[in-house]
Design a protein around this ligand. Structure first.
Ligand code: NAP
Length: 321
């Protein structure tokens, strides 16, 4: 079959021939129609993600959209290395295959699944929004952060506070539902104070953090410390991505003096079956909710130039005709 193939970590995948997958018990053979290149797919292709489990040569991509042998159109997750979703065919855990609604097209579903997972899973499982709560999205200019704004509003956030480093993108975040955007290009104390002010006026119940690093430290300082709003309210701080740094410095007193709880959301904090179920729910409401995502579609044969373009505001999706 034709596939994108990672032949060496650190080098972009090539388009070529790869052996066909055969499903093991509990797996489903999927004829792939569309698969996206998310930061997760890119990091795993470089062997740099904590969940990386394949050695070259392998087909990248852990999810996508396709048809089963019975002709059912599904979203699938949890491919088995060396097989991945950026190929004509793949195998996935049967329990991780989710039927798709007729009104959602393949490329949109493939593009939206990963950014949808990033916010739908925490906001429906680990940290549901309570009535009257605001949600803060740290690092909202990316594809996942933009989806998080929309999902937080859909799931009932009273106010969505976004952060970003690129001011030219702030209007787009407001258009998607952000009530305010806090610039990250300001001194840490100023960001801390802006968060503190928001937390005083609007009860911040959940933080969805795509960045970690210095902005996470400033936001946590704004949510805790001696001047923080006090009381029994919990602030669920969800660690999702680490684009700004893999570590932070965290004062123990911040946790003792505040209602802040730090949790993570990703592969490993939920089972793959739970992630797939959550993604299925998200894709099930996608059209009704009016969610939006920008997508660049190319045939799989163009994986090399498409990969080289790198991440941007539009999510690359590769299709198999
Ligand atoms: N755990 C999960 O379930 C899960 C799911 C999806 C994604 N993620 C993770 O979440 C992160 C974002 O994913 P994505 O799909 O949104 O990626 P993306 O579409 O590539 O967007 C990345 C965005 O992050 C911004 N950014 C990068 N470095 C930054 C920094 N140092 N400070 C501020 N902003 C910075 C960029 O800002 P500019 O636009 O300003 O250049 C860009 O808009 C990734 O780490 C990804 O792996 C996790």
């Amino acid at each position: 079959m034709k596939a994108a193939i990672v032949r060496e970590f650190g080098r972009p995948p090539e388009y070529g021939d790869f052996g066909d997958p055969r499903p093991d018990p509990g797996e489903t053979l999927v004829s792939v129609t569309a698969a996206a290149v998310s930061p997760l797919v890119r990091a795993r292709a470089f062997g740099a993600h904590y969940s990386s489990d394949a050695a070259p040569p392998f087909v990248p991509g852990i999810d996508g959209v396709g048809r089963t042998a019975a002709g059912q159109r599904v979203y699938f997750l949890a491919t088995r290395p060396p097989f991945g979703s950026l190929a004509e065919r793949s195998v996935a855990e049967t329990r991780s295959c989710q039927p798709l609604p007729d009104d959602l097209d393949d490329t949109t579903a493939a593009a939206a699944a990963n950014p949808g997972m990033s916010c739908w899973i925490p906001l429906t499982r680990h940290a549901p929004i309570r009535p009257g709560e605001a949600v803060l999205v740290n690092g909202a200019t990316g594809v996942a952060g933009r989806m998080a704004i929309q999902v937080a509003k859909y799931l009932g956030a009273r106010r969505v506070i976004a952060t970003g480093r690129t001011e030219s993108k702030f209007a787009a975040l407001r258009d998607l539902g952000a009530d305010t955007v806090l610039p990250l290009a300001q001194p840490a104390e100023a960001l801390r104070d802006a968060v503190r002010q928001e937390a005083r006026e609007f009860r911040i119940g959940v933080v969805l953090d795509y960045l970690w690093g210095p902005s996470a430290e400033a936001i946590l300082a704004g949510l805790g410390g001696p001047e923080a709003p006090r009381g029994p309210e919990r602030v669920r701080y969800i660690q999702i991505g680490n684009l700004a740094g893999p570590t932070i410095t965290l004062a123990s007193s911040l946790l003792r003096s505040s209602g802040v709880e730090i949790l993570g959301s990703g592969i490993g904090s939920s089972s793959r079956a739970e992630l797939a179920t959550g993604i299925g729910e998200f894709l099930g409401v996608y059209i009704r909710a009016g969610f939006r995502i920008s997508v660049t579609v190319r045939p799989l044969s163009e994986i090399e130039p498409g990969w080289a373009e790198g991440p941007g505001d539009r999510r690359p999706v590769f299709t198999v005709p």
